[in-house]
Design a protein around this ligand. Structure first.
Ligand code: GLN
Ligand code: ZN
Length: 784
């Protein structure tokens, strides 16, 4: 029997025994807000478009919160979080709680409403949005607070207290969650114009009074527990930063008295020093740890845990979609229980469930066997409680044995294991893979064949994706149009894109990627070992969600994936047509990855599949092949000590894909985000012939690395204009930027290209922008 099918009866039995269940020590760090069918996304976007009112939006949000609380209460969770809902982002919520609103948003005090809040998040007609950046190593992005020494803070959003009361009114006692004061400061940045020497932590004394007000109000409203999320404790912190934690919580001690305080950490091990600081904080009753990613923390706990304190043991993975191996978790919990005591252990999730999909119940198209192996947020809540019950001697044998059967089926399923792939990937590990000759020799050989002008022009891959195009793909998928009709529509589109590029006089062409919905999904759908959900959405930022593929088995490529389209496109022009592939690291980093083997192993498997594709493209006469590694940087671990290990296997995987091609085949790669100075040596080690990189925000930052003397001998195309904006750059402006690059880079390695793919732009923007780009390249060629 599938564990999913068992859910309704399980819920029922818990409801009837609610007095017993209330005693179970179970906790959930946080829950997705977007809704099982992205209800919040649609409500937000409709409100932003002026199609619905603030009341409408609030109604959707209230209903979502109520259903989440009810669901956790029904499941028997004891520590149910509140204030983990957000209209946009929890760090932005914290900034508004503190009244940390940059002056350009014209806020005049008082409770912060939607106007100011969404202006900060998204900008408005006259002011741009605040910066957004990655939340640790997840795909979630938070709004970066801007702080300066003159800032005055005031209690300007009562959201935490309001949500606590809202749950209480529904009969649900919750544990209110706040981003902790030290993490808040460490995740902020100095406002523009503030001196570099300014220490964000120096503001701690100014924000604590607001935290105190919030805590007092929560206490007055009846809260008995409060959770401070302090995930920065898993990063590399210096003594000064660690002292800030000790200082902040001892300052809060008096207001916290009479309350139970949980400090929650997640995403990695807590380093030994930080663990010491954390476990000696004053006024704290419990500590939450990620025990999925934090295996060393496990040892620290076993070594020493403060007596009488609660351990919130995060054994249910919030970062993935796999169902928990309940027996294994129970063993871990029992071992920990022996250390911290029976009364002091609380079963929890490894982090907020924000980073997993919402509810498996809505997966109507997933294969039944695979579905057995999965647990989304709603199912993880049930797992947490089942573990808590089992730990206290009320093991649901049927639930556990259904789970054990599912684990066993996953281990032994022939769909997971492919011996040949395992063997081939294992053979890669110990050896290195590089092209036979040095990049400068290769570039010469390629130039003889390609005969490109200096400052060659190209684009990154995709061309505008029109409504028509999306419709054609949708209809083909739904089998509403025949393959013949589909192929001829796509062919027509490619032809249009090729002709446009020839008219514009671009040197190295692309086919425009009209057949692709998404650069990872397109390949995943054609590789073995991948599954796709219909509602497995995960919030990326604000109302934006992504639907990562699920890599469940050994990856292989049953047949060529892009050769048909690439050769068709090449046949339409005499100019070189780039074959266009997504690299293994990017496919890995943008998927839910299997947890039964190390990530690098899965990456090597994908690399082998892409290698086959590269070689097939070469055989088919494609002379330039681009292998995008847009997300290489995203996989960087949180701690410096682990960076090299990751970069080594990631870069190795990339090289595997193209180590077998001839010197005359030119390998390009593309990376998003200009922020690559710190990993420049790894990028050089990728040994691509040409790299194009996003560079929209700052030439200075990117170029400084070369100015500082890094030797770069391969082709390089820092984006010459920002494709994220509808603005059309002038020829002069682009020429100016190329000139700046020429001051640092040799003219024989510089390429001229936009920042990233053109898929989100309109033709009315793309045509004039590319025309100006080519003009600028020609202008500068004539001056060389
Ligand atoms: N080739 C892809 C495109 O042009 C690259 C996208 C990306 O870097 N995110 O769309
Ligand atoms: Zn890009």
């Amino acid at each position: 029997v599938s564990s999913i099918h068992r859910l309704p009866s399980l819920r029922l039995s818990i409801r009837t025994a609610s007095t017993v269940v209330r005693a179970m020590a179970s906790h959930v760090v946080g829950y997705p807000r977007i809704g099982p069918k992205r209800e919040l996304k649609f409500a937000l976007e409709s409100f932003w478009d002026g199609k619905s009112t603030a009341d409408d939006l609030q109604k959707v949000a209230t209903d979502l919160r109520a259903s989440i609380w009810k669901q956790m209460a029904d499941a028997g969770i004891k520590f149910i979080p509140s204030n983990t809902f957000s209209y946009y982002d929890q760090v932005l919520d914290t900034a508004t709680m503190l009244g940390a609103v940059p002056s350009r948003y014209g806020w005049n005090g008082g409770e912060i409403g939607f106007d100011t809040y969404f202006s900060m998040a998204r900008g408005n007609a006259s002011v741009p949005a605040m910066e957004m950046t990655k939340w640790f190593d997840t795909n979630y992005h938070y709004i970066v607070p801007e702080l300066s020494p003159e800032d005055k803070f005031t209690y300007a959003s009562h959201k935490a207290v309001n949500e606590y009361k809202e749950a209480k009114a529904l009969g649900v006692e919750t544990i209110p969650v706040l981003v902790g004061p030290v993490s808040f400061l460490l995740l902020s940045k100095p406002a523009k114009g503030v001196e570099k020497s300014f220490s964000l932590l120096s503001l701690v004394g100014k924000i604590l009074p607001i935290y105190k007000e919030v805590v007092s109000e929560l206490k007055a409203a009846g809260a008995t527990w409060i959770q401070f999320d302090e995930p920065t404790l898993v990063k590399d912190l210096d003594t000064h930063q660690l002292q800030a934690f000790a200082h902040a919580y001892s300052e809060l001690e008096s207001v916290l008295s009479g309350l139970n305080v949980l400090i929650e950490t997640y995403f990695a091990d807590v380093p030994a020093e930080a663990y010491k600081t954390l476990t000696s904080l004053k006024g704290v009753s419990g500590y939450g740890f990620d025990l999925v990613r934090g295996t060393q923390t496990l040892d620290l706990i076993k070594g020493k845990f403060p007596s009488g304190k609660y351990l919130f043991a995060g054994v249910v993975d919030g970062r993935n979609i796999w169902s928990n191996d309940l027996q294994a978790s129970l063993n871990t919990l029992e071992a920990l229980q022996n250390v911290v005591g029976k009364e002091n252990i609380v079963v929890s999730t490894s982090c907020s469930l924000l980073h997993t999909a919402v509810d498996l119940v809505n997966e109507t198209k997933l294969d039944d066997e695979i579905k057995l192996w999965l647990a989304f947020a709603a199912q993880k809540v049930v797992e947490v409680n089942a573990l808590a019950k089992a730990l206290s001697g009320h093991k649901d044998e049927a639930y556990f044995s259904a789970n054990a059967a599912a684990q066993a089926s996953r281990k032994s399923s022939p769909r997971v294991t492919n011996e040949a792939v395992q063997k081939a990937a294992a053979a890669l590990k110990s050896s290195d893979h590089r092209r036979a000759t040095n990049v400068s020799v290769r570039l010469d050989a390629q130039q003889k064949k390609l005969n490109l002008p200096k400052l060659p022009t190209t684009t990154i891959g995709s061309f505008p994706q029109t409504m028509d195009l999306r419709r054609v793909r949708r209809e083909f998928k739904a089998k509403k149009i025949s393959e013949e009709v589909y192929v001829s529509s796509i062919k027509e589109e490619i032809n249009k894109v090729v002709q446009l590029q020839e008219e514009l006089d671009i040197d190295v062409l692309v086919h425009g990627e009209p057949e692709r919905n998404d650069m990872v999904e397109y390949f995943g759908e054609q590789l073995s070992g991948f599954a796709f959900t219909v509602n497995g959405w995960v919030q990326s930022y604000g109302s934006r969600c992504v639907k990562p593929p699920i890599i469940y088995g050994d990856v292989s490529r049953p047949k060529p994936m892009t050769v048909f389209w690439s050769t068709m496109a090449q046949s339409m022009t005499k100019r070189p047509m780039k074959g266009m592939l997504t690299g293994p690291v990017t496919i890995l980093n943008w998927s839910f990855v299997r947890n039964d083997q190390p990530r690098f192993e899965t990456c090597y498997q994908i690399a082998l599949a892409i290698k086959d594709e590269v070689e097939d493209l070469e055989k088919a006469g494609i002379t330039v092949i681009q292998i995008d590694e847009a997300a290489l940087r995203e996989g960087l671990p949180l701690r410096k000590s682990e960076e090299n290990f990751y970069l080594n296997w990631a870069v190795h995987s990339f090289r595997i894909t193209n180590c077998g091609v001839q010197d005359t085949t030119q390998i390009h790669t593309h990376m998003c985000y200009s922020n690559f100075n710190d990993i420049i040596h790894s990028i050089i080690d990728m040994d691509a012939d040409v790299i194009t990189i996003e560079n929209s925000r700052s030439d200075e930052k990117l170029l400084s690395v070369f100015r500082e003397g890094v030797k770069y001998g391969a082709g390089i195309g820092p984006g010459v204009y920002d494709i994220h904006s509808p603005r059309i750059p002038s020829t002069d402006e682009i020429a100016d930027r190329i000139n700046k690059m020429l001051a640092v880079l040799e003219s024989n390695i510089l390429w001229v290209n936009p920042d990233c793919g053109l898929k989100t732009r309109k033709y009315t923007e793309v045509k004039p922008a590319l025309l100006n780009m080519v003009d600028a390249a020609k202008l500068l060629r004539s001056q060389l």
